[in-house]
Design a binder for this molecule. Structure first.
Ligand code: PRT
Ligand code: ZN
Length: 285
């Protein structure tokens, strides 16, 4: 029987979360650390552990069917692959940074400046679209030290917390793009393998939905139920159950993680009490 082949990063910022995602999809991989190629024991999946830079090429050539990789790398390499799913981890931004003591007057600051980066193609397109002439110095790592050693005037690099820039005397002045881990797929997947891919993506989506949503239970006076239902859309509509105490009901629903605090404040305004928020294990729509 054919297997779906996936490439994930061997070691680095994407590896652990990629493996965790497979695990949450119920996919078991035996003794994964010691081998560069391995197979799941309970799902038709073969896993190749590669350097992240090589993943788009392997997917384009169909050596693997899919790969988990940073969106930044996909955009930089511009290979002939499809971006099928954003995964919500390894979030970062590609930003322009300059020495912190320099005054930043706007994007024209970069006119005729030397910019060190590991993302020359993205940065070149960015400045071309703004009609600004720059000189790009491609380097593959430790980009942040380039200005202090005189290799370049400024940099374009990935930022997450911002502490690396700070430690190197730089300040972030423009965001070129946002990035997160994504699944890319080959354009030529065999028909029997695309059936496996569909079921794999279905599991991934259930895991992502569960991460992005919380189950919420609360008690509310009956006169506020209508108002509260408007605030809590739920998967279809919220469940409303009468409480032993007359005039009160228990309401159950699902809320999006990123809207959570805003919703809680509104619920309290309408008399909601005893609010419980519970993580969701899996969520199939
Ligand atoms: O060995 P291999 O080639 O496989 O790995 P790699 O060293 O090329 O990549 P790796 O593991 O560092 O990063 C893989 C992917 O993680 C990147 O392509 C991004 O999509 C994503 N990612 C998320 C990041 C960061 N956050 C990040 N902060 N990649 C790199 N950084 C670096 C950044 O370059 C800078 O040096 O972290 C530093 C900044 O971090 P803060 O927190 O100080 O701002
Ligand atoms: Zn790399």
């Amino acid at each position: 029987m054919n297997k779906l082949k996936i490439a994930i990063q061997k070691s680095g910022r994407l590896s652990e979360k990629s493996l965790e995602l497979l695990k949450e999809c119920g996919i078991k991989i035996p003794d994964f650390k010691s081998k560069l190629k391995n197979s799941a024991t309970n799902f038709p999946l073969e896993i190749l552990f590669l350097r992240d830079d090589d993943i788009p090429k392997y997917v384009e050539q169909g050596i693997v069917d899919i790969g988990i990789i940073g969106e930044n790398e996909v955009l930089e390499q511009n290979k002939n692959v499809d971006l099928v799913r954003k995964l919500g981890f390894a979030n970062c931004r590609l930003s322009l940074a300059i020495p912190k003591e320099q005054e930043y007057s706007g994007i024209n600051f970069f006119e005729l400046k030397k910019i060190a980066t590991s993302y020359p193609s993205i940065v070149k397109n960015y400045f071309e679209s703004k009609n600004i002439n720059t000189e790009i110095v491609e380097i593959s790592g430790s980009v942040e030290i380039a200005p202090s050693i005189g290799l370049a005037d400024t940099i374009a690099d990935l930022v997450s917390s911002g502490s690396t820039l700070l430690h190197n005397g730089l300040k972030e002045v423009e965001e070129v793009l946002k990035s997160e881990a994504v699944i890319i797929s080959s354009k030529n997947i065999a028909e029997d393998v695309s059936i496996i891919l569909e079921s794999f993506l279905f599991r991934i989506q259930a895991v992502i939905n569960s991460r992005e949503n919380k189950y919420i239970l609360l008690n509310a006076p009956n006169h506020s139920i209508e108002k509260i239902i408007e605030i809590l859309p739920g998967m279809k509509s919220p469940t409303v159950l009468p409480l032993a105490e007359t005039g009160w009901s228990s309401i159950h629903s699902v809320v999006r993680e990123n809207e959570f605090w805003k919703i809680i404040d509104e619920l309290r305004k309408y008399g909601a009490e005893g609010i419980l928020v519970i993580p969701i294990e899996k969520m199939v729509m």
